[in-house]
Design a protein around this ligand. Structure first.
Ligand code: JHZ
Length: 409
C-alpha cells in the first residue's frame, strides 16, 4: 500500500537522518463517506527525515498519488476567502509584471477548482489547468476553466510542447510538496516554460513549520518541506534559476519562488541562503528537538481538551482540514472529546474525519448548538474564521487555537 524511499527525494543521497515519527495515521484528506461507515480507515506510518546532503526535510513513506487524489478527494480551494484574495493579488501582480495578454499562456499545475486561473480568464488571458483530482477538475471545467485531469511531469510537459503549448507563466502552488517524482516534475516545468517565461511556485516554508511546531501540516500528501537551501540545487539540477524569494503568511508561512531559465537572481535569494546557513537550517542539529516539542504540544493540547470536557464543557471543532485529521489522530482527540466538526466545504459536510470518525457539519451549527469551545483545526485561517463566527463568539462561545501552543481566545 505504500513504499519507503531508498534515498533523498531530491538528490538521491541515502544519508537521511530521522527527525520525527507521527506513528500510524489515516490519509489526511481521506474523509469517510457515510456509506463506508462500517469499515476501518487504513493507516500508514508517517516518518520524517532530514537529508544530510542537500538538507531537504521529507516524509520517507510514499502513498501512491492515485490513491491520494482519487474521486474521494474533496479539497476545494475556493472555500477560503483569504486564499481567494491571496491568489487574486498574485494574479494581478503577474498580469502587470509579465504584461500578460491574449497572446500569453498561463499554465497552472494543481489548478484545483480553478480558484486561481479564473483571475486570468476573466481578463481574456488564455489559461490551462492541470489537476489529477476528478472532483475539483470537474468544478473548474464547469466554471469555464480549461482543465486537464492528469498528473503533471516530464511526459505531459513534452506532449504539451508538441501541441505548441509553452507557457509564459507556470503557477505551481502547494504542489511541489506533493509529487513523488520531484525531479521529473521540475524537469517538466523547464520543458514547458518559454525561454523568457517564469514559474511562480508556493510551498510551505520548513522554517515556519519547525519554529512554530506546525506538526499537523505533516502528512502523506506533503512529501517534502522546503528551505531555500534545499530548493536552489533542485532547480539548478534542471537548468532553472531560483531568481527571487518572498515569504508570505499563507498556510502558516510559505515561500513564493520565482524561477526562470535565465540566471537573474535577486538579492533575496542570496540573503535567504546566507540566513538559513547562519541559523543552522542546513544542519541536522536544527531539527533534533522538534520531536520533543511536538510531543509537548500534543500532551498539553490533550490535557487542555480533557480538562474542559471534565468540567462539563461541550466542544466542537472548526475546519475538516487535512491538518485536522493529523492533529486529532496523532494527539488522540476523538469523539469522546469533540462532538462534531464544521466546515464550509459542502463536499466535506456529511462525511467523517478519518480515523477518529468525527462527523462534519455546516458551520451554521455552531450558533445553533452553542458548544462551549471550538477547537480551530484550520488555525492558519483563524482570523477569517473568528471574524465569520462573530455571532457565536458574542453569544459566549470560545475558541481554542492549538498551535504554536494551545491557547483559549
Ligand atoms: P486548509 C490544504 O490543506 C490542502 P488543509 C493541501 N493538502 C495543501 O497542500 C495545503 O492546504 C497547503 C475550511 N474553511 O486550506 C476549508 C471553512 O470551512 O487550511 C477547508 O476545508 N471556513 C492540498 O486542508 C479547511 O477549512 C473558512 O472560513 O490542511 C481549511 O483547510 C475557512 C477559511 C476555511 O488546509
Amino acid at each position: 500500500m505504500h513504499e519507503v524511499i531508498a534515498g533523498c527525494r531530491s538528490c538521491g543521497s541515502t544519508a537521511l537522518e530521522p527527525i520525527l515519527s507521527l506513528g500510524e495515521v489515516p490519509l489526511a484528506d481521506g474523509l469517510v463517506d457515510a456509506s463506508r461507515s462500517e469499515g476501518i480507515d487504513p493507516r500508514y506510518p508517517l516518518n520524517v527525515a532530514f537529508c544530510l546532503e542537500c538538507s531537504l526535510v521529507q516524509v520517507v513513506e510514499t502513498v501512491s498519488p492515485e490513491v491520494l487524489f482519487d474521486e474521494t478527494y474533496v479539497y476545494y480551494s475556493s472555500f477560503s476567502d483569504e486564499l481567494l484574495r491571496h491568489s487574486r493579488e498574485n494574479a494581478e501582480q503577474l498580469i502587470v509584471s509579465r504584461s500578460l495578454g491574449p497572446e500569453s499562456l498561463v499554465l497552472e499545475l494543481a489548478s484545483n477548482d480553478g480558484y486561481m486561473l479564473r483571475n486570468f480568464a476573466e481578463r481574456k488571458i488564455p489559461v490551462l489547468g492541470i489537476d489529477p483530482a476528478p472532483g475539483p477538475a470537474r468544478a473548474a471545467r464547469e466554471a469555464g476553466i480549461p482543465t486537464l485531469e492528469a498528473f503533471f511531469g516530464e511526459e505531459l510537459a513534452r506532449s504539451l510542447v508538441a501541441e505548441g503549448k509553452r507557457a509564459d507563466v507556470v503557477i505551481a502552488n502547494n504542489v511541489l510538496a506533493h509529487v513523488p517524482d520531484l525531479n521529473g516534475f521540475v524537469e517538466g516545468i523547464r520543458i514547458v516554460l518559454k525561454d523568457d517565461g517564469i514559474a511562480v511556485i508556493e510551498a510551505p516554508y520548513v522554517r515556519d513549520l519547525i519554529d512554530r511546531c506546525e506538526f499537523d501540516t505533516i502528512y502523506h500528501e506533503h512529501l517534502c518541506y522546503y528551505s531555500v537551501s534545499a530548493l536552489a540545487p533542485l532547480f539548478a539540477r534542471h537548468d532553472l534559476s531560483l531568481n527571487r524569494v518572498d515569504h508570505l503568511p499563507i498556510h502558516g508561512g510559505s515561500l513564493r519562488l520565482f524561477v526562470g531559465t535565465r540566471d537573474e537572481a535577486e538579492d533575496s535569494v542570496r540573503s535567504y541562503l546566507e540566513e538559513e546557513r547562519r541559523s543552522g537550517l542546513t544542519e541536522a542539529a536544527y531539527y533534533r528537538d522538534f520531536a520533543t516539542r511536538v510531543r509537548t504540544i500534543q500532551r498539553h493540547l490533550l490535557s487542555t481538551v480533557r480538562e474542559l470536557k471534565e468540567k462539563g464543557s461541550r466542544i466542537a471543532a472548526y475546519g475538516a482540514a487535512a491538518k485536522g485529521t493529523i492533529l486529532l489522530n496523532s494527539t488522540g482527540i476523538g469523539t469522546d472529546l469533540i462532538d462534531f466538526v464544521v466546515d464550509r466545504n459542502v463536499h466535506k459536510q456529511g462525511r467523517f474525519v478519518p480515523g477518529v470518525r468525527i462527523p462534519i457539519d455546516d458551520p451554521s451549527r455552531l450558533e445553533k448548538d452553542m458548544p462551549d469551545y471550538v477547537l480551530v483545526l484550520a488555525w492558519n485561517f483563524k482570523d477569517e474564521i473568528m471574524r465569520q463566527q462573530d455571532g457565536y463568539r458574542r453569544k459566549g462561545g470560545r475558541f481554542l487555537i492549538p498551535v504554536p501552543e494551545p491557547v483559549v481566545v
